[in-house]
Design a protein around this ligand. Sequence first.
Ligand code: GAL
Length: 380
Amino acid sequence: MAMAAGATMIGALAACGGSGAGGAGAGGGGEEPQSIEDMTVGVAMPTETSERWIADGAAVESQLEEAGFEVDLQFANDDIPTQQQQIDQMITKGADILIVASIDGTALANQLKAAANQDIPIIAYDRLINGTENVDHYVTFDNYQVGVQQGTSLLRGLGVLDENGEETGEEGPFAIELFAGSPDDNNTAFFWQGAIDTLQPYLDSGVLEVASGQTEMDQVTTLRWSQETAQKRMEDLLTAHYGGGKEQLDGVLSPYDGISRGIITALQNAGYGDTIEDGLPVTSGQDAEIASVKLIDTGVQFATIFKDTRKLATQAVEAAESFAKGEDPEANDTETYDNGKKVVPAFLLESDIVVAENIEPLLVDSGYWTAEEVEAGQGD
Ligand code: GAL
């Protein structure tokens, strides 16, 4: 079997004309064809503090290994110099292909230049890497659509839209506050734009009101997607604009489950009640993290957006296999993701809104989380 797989010999650089990072990796060797079994993929993930990235790392690693690659998987603790150093080391240790989920999308140009100099193809994973020619492919979700789904789930939670996305005629006014993700993550502006385009008509008509007046993305970002930072900002907003929690806040746009949990803690501490039924404002989210899925199941968080990281991993591994064969990976979007130096060919996956009613079909039946994990609020 190993022989059969090993026989997938690759005329990597020859096939590609050795055109910089667009060419297949083969460690820059050039002439010698390489089989996947001889190739190492460096996988740079941002952090282990969020379970989503642990799951991504595990899925990418196991699927790469199944395909026959050696894997060098590193997590960078959300620290930019650590990630730079890890990628430098991957290159020194002879990585043939890189898969990178960046912390700061603009901080890796030097590393990627070094990689390109050795004809190492670079796949941006979930987050686009900006300001460099040296990113060859991008696997992600339709990030604008994720934002639309976040805005839509907030409107559903408030009862302005029904479960089919139709207007109910509910006019509010509803008091909401807005949160965005980390300003150095390219996805943040996409999520924000999708959400604000969805909410804007209702802000304009007065169905929604933002008492703080903080409706520009720059005013509402959350560095490193930090739960603590979000909790603190929510506490400050309550103190400054909602009588310390006494005046009613109805909903919060949150771009990520960790941020949602910080917001919810602040609201509960301010006396809003433990669940939405008790008066807790409705909160959106993203990533279907198990702690938040439990909160949704128990009526505490209203919704999250499910992005199946297993599918993203598959897409990244397929891209790596294509590069290994000297081919261009499949892209389904060649227009949207301009990184300031080039439009990066991307493969976009779809996402789903998860509310209490569809946890089972979307998350349990698909094997993403077991019913026991949902009940425990913890992965195995
Ligand atoms: C984004 C990612 C989201 C979420 C967030 C915080 O880049 O697209 O799904 O995970 O980072 O980790």
